[in-house]
Design a protein around this ligand. Structure first.
Ligand code: BQZ
Length: 696
């Protein structure tokens, strides 16, 4: 598109240059540099081997209250509850060294638990509750502290892996002898059940949306024994997919509990029945994570107790986690910020820009209970047009007409040129926080290249002229352009477009309302469709939207995490372009080019080639407006000052969210600062499905 555009009056440049269109209303321009904003705190860059290793230690320890259960014959000795070689976190990498047991981390979250079957897509309310209960084959949150030239996913449930000679097979060695929180063994059977009956089964969509193509078109998985899985890929050495085996996309659930409820193994069971078989009230759902759900009070709180079978220790042999309990107060995301700065909550990812000034003011007080530290600009929002025109979401005639407009480059160009981004960002928060974001890879990140970034500055007149050019005129004089008369069923009607946004966030709603206001000036009526998180996610996955305002995932920051999501690389991958009812993707030519570039990136480990491929990607994305960027700004981590072992410079969002990045299982509260916040002191999780925690 970019090559066809000239500023107004550019016809004079037309001499003999036939490829450039004679008419043009909007041209690319200079992208203003983001206002200077210094991230606070610098990570201590290390090797993965400086953070952790797997090895047996001569002795192990546990909290006294847990030891009492062992002495009462209610639990096996701690050494029998640990794997042969537990994960050992190294003291030198712990900012405050080996910790002590006790206390609680009190989270506040804006989501609500649907149930515990995350393998089948149920959310537990986000905000770290799933990150703390699920463990995945690999881990990437802490990679913000890993040296750039040594970057690769950290071992986790998969303790090591090696490639076959020809690079088409990856053999992963799972941790041996680890147990679920109910004492049942973890094995490759859990990985295979997750893969075969949740990822590959087309009737199931795991939480965070893993589909077979998440791990590469045609990839297969097998388990030669209980501690080994073997991936087989079409490409040779596609190391990129090992990132996809981290949080969100390969975090197995407990097959010994789930399988019995799956339709493939339970006569008469429906897929809905399987997904909903473990409602929020189902306590003590077995996890591999550090804490186990023992209490749920709707719209109030979820309480989790320390997992006595957790498979990680510190170098002194203390079984982790140090914290006996974690809370998830069921409130709103905005309240999470308020409670963290007030000290009634312990943690927040300050990510809603409209809360910045008040939070900064409160945290500036030297007696403030929490420290607040800003990271880099890794929070960004994009307006995504639904680009599918072959049935995804089964649009009505109006919706189908909008999809066709979305697929018209001149229409996307008009929309982007009609968005005045500077005031849009400032409307969230005044000051140096927000930056104009054209879409694509984020400025300031490893693969970003400004020269490859095409930006179309605000140009309302040019945008209006473009609408005219594609036949959208205000034929009834009411200020809203009308579909061309020959548009099936909606010819002559006002162009009305719905915009889907997450009602749980003030920022998402503010930005969507900003789009509405900008489009009104352009002559397009945009109608907000604000849905609470889980409903929004479901509508988005089902393609039931014309446009959506979305807070971007980590793939536009790190590129290496969630890489497949950079383009519609599979039928159920992209946020705004999935396969239609016939299972095929009707990609536009530039989208196909993006898919090819992303697949080449995945298939090579040559850094120079990767840098060049990402330049191609950035140009394709921003020149063709695959998404219409809105704004980008930094987040801040707010953590109560009593906690120790918080890594310096921990970003709220990079490879993952801060709930993963700070390695909560190593976080502790020094004895002299411990508070008495435990709601179920001296208890351990009960049997799966039993009422709650168990005391002696
Ligand atoms: C962080 C995160 C931890 C999901 C969710 C929520 C869902 C999305 C996204 C964030 C929340 C917090 O984000 O906003 O700060 O605590 O939970 O999971 O927005 O609606 O579907 O992708 O992570």
């Amino acid at each position: 598109m970019h090559k066809h555009l000239l500023a107004l009056g550019g016809a004079g440049l037309m001499l003999g240059v036939s490829i450039i269109a004679v008419h043009a209303q909007v041209a690319s321009g200079e992208l203003p540099d983001p206002p200077k904003f210094e991230a606070q705190g610098t990570p201590n860059f290390v090797s993965i081997s400086d953070i952790m290793e797997f090895k047996a230690l001569p002795e192990y320890h546990e909290p006294d209250y847990v030891k009492a259960f062992v002495d009462a014959g209610k639990l096996p000795p701690v050494k029998d509850r640990l794997p042969k070689e537990p994960m050992v976190f190294k003291s030198a990498n712990m900012p405050d060294g080996v910790g002590v047991y006790g206390d609680v981390m009190r989270h506040v979250i804006g989501g609500r638990p649907e149930g515990w079957n995350y393998s089948a897509g149920q959310s537990q309310g986000w905000g770290g509750i799933d990150i703390g209960t699920e463990e995945c084959l690999t881990r990437t949150g802490p990679l913000f502290t890993v040296k750039a030239d040594e970057l690769q996913p950290m071992p986790n449930l998969a303790k090591s892996w090696e490639w076959s000679e020809d690079g088409h097979q990856l053999t992963m060695h799972l941790i041996e002898g680890a147990k679920w929180s109910d004492g049942q063994p973890f094995s490759s059977a859990d990985a295979m059940f997750y893969w075969e009956d949740n990822v590959v089964d087309p009737n199931v969509t795991p939480l965070n949306g893993a589909s077979p193509e998440t791990f590469g078109e045609g990839t297969t998985l097998a388990a030669p024994d209980e501690n080994t899985i073997v991936w087989t890929f079409k490409d040779a050495f596609p190391a990129q997919y090992i990132y996809q085996m981290a949080y969100g996309t390969f975090c197995p659930g407990p097959a010994h509990i789930l399988k019995a409820e799956h339709p493939k193994y339970k006569d008469g069971q429906t897929y809905d029945g399987y997904k909903n078989a473990f409602p929020p009230e189902y306590m003590n759902f077995p996890v591999m994570g550090a804490w186990v759900p023992v209490e749920y009070r709707a719209d109030d709180i979820v309480v989790l107790r320390r997992n006595p079978y957790y498979w990680k220790v510190d170098e002194a042999g203390n079984q982790l986690p140090y914290l006996n309990e974690v809370h998830y107060r069921l409130s709103t995301w905005a309240d999470r910020d308020v409670q963290a700065v007030a000290g009634t909550g312990d943690f927040s990812n300050l990510e809603q820009a409209e809360n910045y000034v008040e939070s900064l003011k409160r945290a500036a007080d030297p007696n403030a209970p929490a420290r607040l530290a800003f990271g880099a600009r890794t929070i960004g929002y994009t307006l995504y047009p639904n680009l599918s025109a072959n049935g995804w979401g089964e649009p009505d005639a109006r919706g189908a007409a909008v999809r066709n407009l979305n697929r018209n480059p001149d229409f996307r160009l008009a929309v982007t040129a009609a968005i005045d981004r500077e005031p849009l960002g400032q409307s969230l928060v005044k000051g140096p926080f927000t930056a104009i974001y054209p879409g694509g890879l984020y400025a300031g990140t490893a693969y970003y290249d400004k020269a490859s970034t095409v930006f179309y500055p605000y140009n309302l007149d040019g945008a209006k002229a473009l609408l005219e050019k594609i036949g959208l005129k205000d034929t009834d004089g009411n200020g809203i352009v009308n579909f061309p008369a020959d548009t099936p069923e909606v010819g002559g009607k006002d162009v009305e477009i719905t915009v889907l946004a997450n009602a749980d966030y003030g920022t998402d709603k503010s930005l969507a309302e900003g789009v509405v206001a900008n489009m009104e000036k352009l002559g397009i009526r945009v109608i907000p469709n604000f849905l609470a998180g889980t409903q929004r996610d479901a509508a988005a996955q089902a393609g039931q939207f014309d446009w959506m305002v979305l807070r971007n995932g980590s793939e536009l920051i790190s590129v290496v995490q969630g890489t497949v999501g950079l383009a519609p690389t599979g039928p159920r991958i992209a946020n705004h372009h999935r396969a239609g009812t016939d299972g095929t993707l009707d990609l536009l030519p530039f989208e196909q080019e993006m898919v090819d570039v992303v697949n080449k990136f995945i298939a090579t480990s040559d850094n120079a080639a990767r840098v060049d491929l990402m330049k191609q990607y950035q140009k394709l994305y921003t020149e063709n407006l695959y998404g219409i960027g809105l704004t980008q700004y930094p987040g801040a981590l707010i953590i109560n000052k009593r906690f120790a072992n918080i890594p310096a410079g921990a970003p709220i969002f990079m490879f993952n969210w801060a709930e993963d990045n700070i390695i909560r299982e190593r976080v502790f509260v020094p004895a002299d600062k411990q508070q008495n916040f435990e709601l179920h002191p001296n208890s351990i999780p009960g049997a799966p499905g039993s009422a709650g925690a168990e005391t002696l």
